[in-house]
Design a protein around this ligand. Structure first.
Ligand code: SF4
Length: 202
């Protein structure tokens, strides 16, 4: 079987409380199914990645092993859509026991992928955008697809502490009322860690 590799774009070390609990290293990877109008990673995602094996990523990040273990932190996979790389996380997991694996995801991926991810990863930071189908399509360039179903699955499968959901106010696309409707729908599903914020648009 072909060895799983991760399309690494860069590492950011010693992050505190940004990517989940404890000290984390963000491993930014390429690839995303959406084309968000205000995506701050557009130029990053266009760069050619370095395809690393699990052993190679472990070597690049092991210097912070003590920090990760002492604080309950670990690696956060983001940049683009992190759920595209589940084979890689499975290969990496045995190399670094005790590290928390957090995934940043838009959750607009097949339900089978989400079910598998729930069994592999420790925590999720979900960039919902909005649950309004028309606003979502206009902003991301893609229909919501299984987003709602995937949210309901995670909310009913994992404890709320493992799930952080981000609900932005997107200038020119939605408003505070839309944010409130999305937040209410998420609370109804069982999410408790919900972050409302405004995209800074230049
Ligand atoms: S989901 Fe995130 S990475 Fe993908 S296009 Fe939107 S903002 Fe960019």
């Amino acid at each position: 079987m072909k060895e799983a590799r991760y399309p690494l774009l860069g590492l950011a070390r010693h992050r505190m409380e940004i990517d989940g609990e404890g000290v984390t290293t963000l491993a930014a990877g390429s690839g995303c199914p959406l084309s968000c109008v205000y995506c701050i990673n557009k130029s990053l995602l266009r760069q050619a990645p370095t395809w690393v094996t699990a052993a190679e990523l472990y070597e690049k990040t092991r210097a912070d092993d003590l920090y990760f273990r002492a604080t309950g932190g670990g690696l956060c996979f983001g940049g683009g859509e992190s759920l595209l790389h589940l084979d890689f996380y499975e290969a990496l997991r045995p190399l670094c026991p005790g590290w928390r694996f957090t995934a940043e995801s838009c959750l607009n991926v097949p339900p089978e992928t989400v079910a598998r991810a729930a069994a592999i990863l420790d925590a999720f930071i979900i960039d919902v955008k909005t649950l309004d189908p028309a606003v979502y399509l206009a902003y991301t360039g893609r229909a919501q697809g299984p987003l709602r179903k995937n949210l309901e699955y995670l909310a009913s499968t994992l404890s709320p502490e493992r799930l952080r959901v981000r609900v932005p106010l997107i200038p020119g696309f939605n408003d505070a009322a839309d944010q409130s409707r999305t937040e209410a729908a998420l609370r109804e599903m069982g999410f408790t860690k919900i972050e409302r914020f405004r995209y800074a648009v230049r």
